[in-house]
Design a binder for this molecule. Sequence first.
Ligand code: BG6
Length: 526
Amino acid sequence: MTEGIAVAEQPAAEASDNPLRDGLQLQRTPEPCTLVIFGATGDLTHRKLVPALYNLARAGMLPTGFSVVGFARREKEHERFRSEMHEAVNEFSRTRPVDQHVWQSFSNALHYLPAQFDDPAAYNRLRKELDRLDHERGGSGNRLFYLATPPSFYGPIVQQLGAEGLQHGGTAGGKQGWARIIVEKPFGHDLASAQELNRQIHQVFDESQVYRIDHYLGKETVQNILVLRFANGIYEPIWNRRYVDHVQITVAESVGVETRGAYYEEAGALRDMVQSHLLQLVTLTAMEPPAAYDADAVRDEKVKVLRAIRPITGNLVQEFTVRGQYGPGYEAGKSVPGYREEGRVSPTSTRETFAALKLFVDNWRWQGVPFYLRTGKHLPARASEIAIQFKRPPHTLFTSGTDELEPNFLVLRIQPDEGVTLRFGVKVPGQAMLIRTVNMDFLYGASFGVESPDAYERLLLDAMLGDTTLFTRKDEVEKSWAFITAILQAWQQQPPPPFPNYAAGTWGPAAADELMERDGRSWHRP
Ligand code: BG6
């Protein structure tokens, strides 16, 4: 008998007080399944995965018979794991305090298996545990594996899953279940390692079973880029080289590397942010309309954009890229150390915490339109946005006040203050023909009044439903790494800039402003 998670079979007519449930439950409740989290004692599980699952349970979106198996190296009992997860939800859930009624049934779904990632016997125990849960909780043989360990374990885990036959779902009630695997970022650290990881995964799993996470794709406002472009008639006709002067994409973070110094020493901003999140934003902004909103049609168009990005190789990095590293400065009025003084960071580190670049998408639509990208730690604000600057009108009609007039901007704010702003000129009231730029604003919060689900809620649910649209495909991840690897190699051949070259709490190195100024442009201030 199933220990129930609050769920599924609520008739449409019975509207609850939960708008998420009312709108989505019937279409989007997955089949029963068991989620195995490799690395269940890690940060991602605490901060993101279990809080996201709890919120799905709270919204009535988890299937009856849903279970979690936490697979990790530390010894502990189910009960201890449950109480640690309770603390995690208490601290990191977007909805708080924890609803004890929901928690009661949700926590019954949590199980723990202490095991080494490369121990074949552990996978045999895992298979037995999965069969037991199928039997006792009605799991239907459906299995979702989540790789949330350090990336060096991805290969060995996949291999062991294959050796135990776990790439195939179990059988329950005479029905063959499915098996899927979610792979967390970073997916490799350059092109060769990403290709190698794809090869290892494909020795065991078919591409249709693989869900590579880029959590930006789970953000409501990122999905809205496609809705804005393709569900409206007014934007697409001007979304091209004839009307767009340039595109700016900023993903700014106010925090530093926090406790992740060791990881950042390996990764840096280009790998950590540009290869994944910023290039995803480029593809969604630049892609052609897909023939349908389905996984392959959407991802085909995104890959075409990545293929069309002009490579930045050799000495071109000097003209098209900027790297920065923060020195001591301020965050929210408090003084903070420089990157080289952070924990587990070399005092002579040449790793970048800021990257800016200018790229071109060499195709019919975007020929000659620069895309400027920037991202960094310890910038003055947490702000992610896509700003599209339009060309000025071809002929100046009004004689006064037009010199200072800003060009038209369409700004898609990804976070915070999620929304869309259009900036345009209007006449200032009075006798003179004076013109001033104003904003027309759409704010998600004000229009809908419900908090958006966290990206991981959306992505976990999609993986349970078998929808790969918001996950990156093999060719997509390899194309983006090919572009990034060329820059990394060129950087390696040049002496690094004199780091640190920006103070924490400022908008990055002066060279990032110069990248724009050389073209007679400037960064849009979020
Ligand atoms: C992660 C990066 O992928 O994204 C982090 O590894 C970064 O370094 C984070 O802080 C930013 O995500 P968000 O959702 O806070 O913008």
